[in-house]
Write a protein that binds this ligand. Structure first.
Ligand code: HEC
Length: 198
């Protein structure tokens, strides 16, 4: 008698392979739906697009040991109260513009992209915009004519003119304002906002 033990038999490993593959597939499907529900606009960490009508800040929370977005009272963008559908349309135009012009070739968005230029996750709250009153117009001007409005952050790097129209620039500003409201679990770390007191 020279019988093959179970663990060495071909059928055992075939069945194991099938169960592991099927099990992993189910876990992946569950994780996909879970991620989708957590990254959808209007969920706990990702506010609905109409958040662009609100004041957004990013403040250190000592209990959580990280900065969290703080959504405040009304602070209109371009002097207009957007409905959810209008806000979605404008943010979408901004997102499509960042894709069409390949901003990620130089910048990171939510940490993804290239490291040539600053991360844009909280660019809406960047100190470089000087004052919250001037900010939205400065941003539009900068995006349309970056060479004439260069800021360089001491890096001597300049953003090239990407032929962005005024409407596209407004969309990008709305997209960046919305993105700054996302709870990114403390990323970027130690970010001093335009509202921070010295
Ligand atoms: C070829 C590289 C390059 C590309 C592509 C590029 N940028 Fe920039 N961008 C830079 C550099 C360099 C700076 C910093 C220098 C400056 O401010 O003049 C900058 C600065 C910025 C700032 C100010 C950063 C802050 O924190 O306030 C914003 C906003 C910005 N870019 C948005 C965009 C958007 C939106 C796109 C795509 C439509 C884009 N950039 C594409 C190189 C690039």
């Amino acid at each position: 008698m020279n019988e093959t033990p179970l663990w060495a038999s071909e059928s055992f490993w075939k069945k194991t392979a099938i169960w592991v593959t099927a099990g992993s597939f189910i876990i992946l499907v569950v994780l996909t739906f879970d991620s989708l529900s957590q990254t959808r606009a209007g969920s706990k960490r990702v506010p609905a697009y109409s958040v662009i009508n609100k004041k957004i800040d990013y403040q250190y929370n000592a209990e959580l040991h990280k900065s969290v977005p703080v959504i405040g009272e009304t602070e209109l963008l371009f002097g207009k109260a957007y409905t959810e559908a209008e806000a979605e349309q404008l943010v979408k135009l901004g997102k499509l513009t960042t894709q069409a012009k390949n901003c990620m070739n130089c910048h990171t968005l939510l940490g993804n992209g290239a490291y040539y230029a600053p991360d844009l996750t909280k660019a809406w709250l960047d100190k470089g915009w000087i004052s919250t009153d001037l900010r939205e117009n400065l941003m539009v001007q900068f995006l349309m004519h970056p060479e004439k409005n260069a800021r360089t952050f001491g890096s001597n790097r300049k953003m090239p003119d990407l032929n962005i129209s005024e409407q596209e620039a407004k969309g990008v500003v709305a997209f960046l304002k919305w993105m700054s409201s996302i709870d990114t679990n403390g990323f970027p770390y130690h970010f001093k906002t335009i509202n921070a007191e010295e």
